[in-house]
Design a protein around this ligand. Structure first.
Ligand SMILES: Cc1ncc(COP(=O)(O)O)c(C=O)c1O
Length: 429
C-alpha cells in the first residue's frame, strides 16, 4: 500500500517520461502518513503540486512534518506577503482573539472592521473610498460582478482568455485558464471572452487586442456591465500586458459606460511594487462612492468583517507601509529579473522571463525557436528545485511562477535563484 501511494505521488509531482533522471525527493515517513490519511478523506477535486506536508513556517522558510527546511518562493500561493507567522500580525490576532472573534458584521456594527476599511482606503488612489469586506478571492469577484450588474443594470461582462477569477459560478463564468475548471459546469453567466495581450506569444499585440475588445463591446450593444481584468495575468502564466493596452482598455470602458474591474487577488498588496498592480499602468479602478449605489440587502455575507481577519489586516497593512515592502518588491524584482534574463540567454529551454516586482514568470519551452510549451520539463525543474530546498509553483501551460513573501532579503533571493539555476542547468546538461 505504501509503495503504491508513493508511486502515485511521484506521478502527481512530476509528470515526465524519463522517470529515472528526474526523481523527486522521496516524501519522509511522517509526510507519507499524512498524505495517506488525506487521500482517504479529503475531496479529490483539489490539485496538489507537491507531496509537501506543512508543519510550520517562519518568514521566508517553511518546514515539513519530517523536519525538512525549504526556502519559499510561493508564499503559499502569493498570500504570505509579510512573511509566514509574522510576529506583529500574530500578536494582533492573539490580542483580538482574547476579546472577540466574530461579530456578524452584516447585521451589527463594530469598530475594528471600520478601522480596517479606513486603513485600506488610506493606501488606495483617491477617490476610491468604499469597501465591501469578503472572505476570499472568488467572493470578492462575485461581489464586484453583482455590483457591476446592479449599478449598470446590464447583463453581460467581458473577461479575458486564460483568465482566472475563481471557482464559484459567477467568477467561474469568467475563468477560463484550464478546461478542467469549466468542464461539465455550463450553463454559465453571460460572459464574452477576448484575447489578453501576451507579448511573448503574440508580439506587438496591444492594438490588435484593443480592437478585439472594442468589437466585443460594440457587439454587446450597450448591454455590457463590466470588463474584468487581471492587471498581470496570474494563473494564466504571469503575463504582463503592454501599458498601451491597459490604458486603451480603460479608455474603451469609459467610452462605452463599462466598469473596469481589476482583479488584484493574486497581485495582492505591493507584490508588483505598487500597492495595486493597476497603478503600474497609471490606471484607476475600485468602486467609488458613486458606483457603490446598491441598497441594504442587495448583497452581504456572514463572515465578512471577521474580527480576527480585520486585526490581522490592519497589522499587515501597517507593517507593509512601515517596512516599505513595495520598495523591497521593486528592488529585488529588478535584480531577479536581471539575473533570470542572463540565465535565459544561456539556456535554450527558457523562452521568456517577465514580471513586475516579486510577481515573476519564467516560461519553459522546448526551444527558443519553436516556443513550444514544455510542461514536462517545467515539472522536472520544479521537482529538482524542491529536492534542493526551494518551493516554487507552476502557472499557465509551462511557466514557473516566482512569488515569494515580500520580506525576502537579497541573500535569500540570490540563494533561491542559485537553486533554480541549478535545476534548469541540470536539465540543460
Ligand atoms: C486573479 C485571481 N482571482 C481570483 C482568485 C480566486 O481566489 P480564491 O481562491 O481565494 O477564491 C485567484 C486565486 O488564485 C486569483 O489568482
Amino acid at each position: 500500500m505504501k509503495d503504491k501511494l508513493i508511486i502515485k505521488l511521484y506521478l502527481k509531482d512530476f509528470q515526465v517520461e524519463s522517470m529515472e533522471k528526474f526523481i523527486c525527493r522521496r516524501p519522509g515517513p511522517k509526510s507519507v502518513r499524512v498524505i495517506s490519511r488525506d487521500d482517504k478523506i479529503v475531496s479529490p477535486c483539489v490539485m496538489r503540486e507537491y507531496s509537501f506536508v506543512w508543519k510550520k513556517a517562519k518568514g521566508c522558510y517553511v518546514y515539513d512534518v519530517d523536519g525538512r527546511k525549504y526556502l519559499d518562493f510561493s508564499a503559499a500561493i502569493a498570500v504570505a506577503n509579510v512573511g509566514h507567522t509574522n510576529p506583529v500580525v500574530m500578536n494582533a490576532i492573539k490580542k483580538q482573539a482574547g476579546k472577540l472573534t466574530h461579530c456578524g458584521f452584516s447585521d451589527f456594527y463594530a469598530e475594528l472592521p471600520v478601522e480596517f476599511c479606513e486603513t485600506l482606503v488610506s493606501f488606495l488612489p483617491q477617490p476610491l473610498k468604499k469597501v465591501f469586506l469578503s472572505n476570499s478571492g472568488t467572493e470578492s469577484i462575485e461581489a464586484a460582478y453583482k455590483l457591476a450588474r446592479w449599478h449598470t443594470n446590464r447583463k453581460w461582462v467581458i473577461a479575458f482568455k486564460n483568465a482566472f477569477h475563481g471557482r464559484t459560478m459567477g467568477s467561474l463564468s469568467m475563468t477560463n485558464s484550464r478546461p478542467v475548471q469549466r468542464e461539465r459546469y455550463s450553463p454559465f453567466l453571460p460572459v464574452r471572452h477576448v484575447p489578453y495581450p501576451n507579448p511573448y506569444r503574440m508580439g506587438d499585440c496591444a492594438d490588435q487586442c484593443l480592437s478585439e475588445l472594442e468589437k466585443a463591446m460594440k457587439s454587446l450593444k450597450g448591454e455590457c456591465a463590466a470588463l474584468f481584468m487581471e492587471p498581470v495575468q496570474g494563473e494564466g502564466g504571469y503575463v504582463v500586458p503592454p501599458k498601451a493596452f491597459v490604458k486603451g482598455a480603460r479608455h474603451l470602458c469609459s467610452e462605452h459606460g463599462v466598469l473596469l474591474c481589476a482583479d488584484e487577488v493574486q497581485a495582492g498588496c505591493y507584490r508588483t511594487g505598487r500597492f495595486l498592480a493597476m497603478e503600474n499602468f497609471g490606471v484607476k479602478t475600485v468602486s467609488s462612492s458613486k458606483i457603490m449605489d446598491w441598497v441594504p440587502g442587495s448583497h452581504g455575507n456572514t463572515f465578512g468583517g471577521n474580527l480576527l481577519a480585520c486585526a490581522a489586516g490592519i497589522a499587515t497593512l501597517k507593517y507593509m507601509r512601515q517596512k516599505r515592502l513595495g520598495n523591497n518588491a521593486r528592488r529585488l524584482g529588478k535584480l531577479m529579473l536581471r539575473r533570470l534574463n542572463e540565465l535565459k540567454d544561456e539556456i535554450e529551454i527558457i523562452g521568456d522571463v517577465r514580471g513586475l516586482g516579486l510577481m515573476i514568470g519564467v516560461e519553459i519551452v522546448e526551444n527558443k525557436r519553436s516556443k513550444k510549451p514544455a510542461p514536462n520539463i517545467r515539472s522536472a525543474i520544479l521537482c529538482k528545485a524542491a529536492e534542493k530546498g526551494l518551493i516554487l509553483l507552476p502557472a499557465g501551460k509551462s511557466v514557473i511562477r516566482i512569488c515569494p513573501p515580500l520580506t525576502l532579503t537579497r541573500s535569500q533571493a540570490e540563494h533561491g535563484l542559485d537553486i533554480l539555476e541549478d535545476a534548469c542547468q541540470y536539465w540543460h546538461r
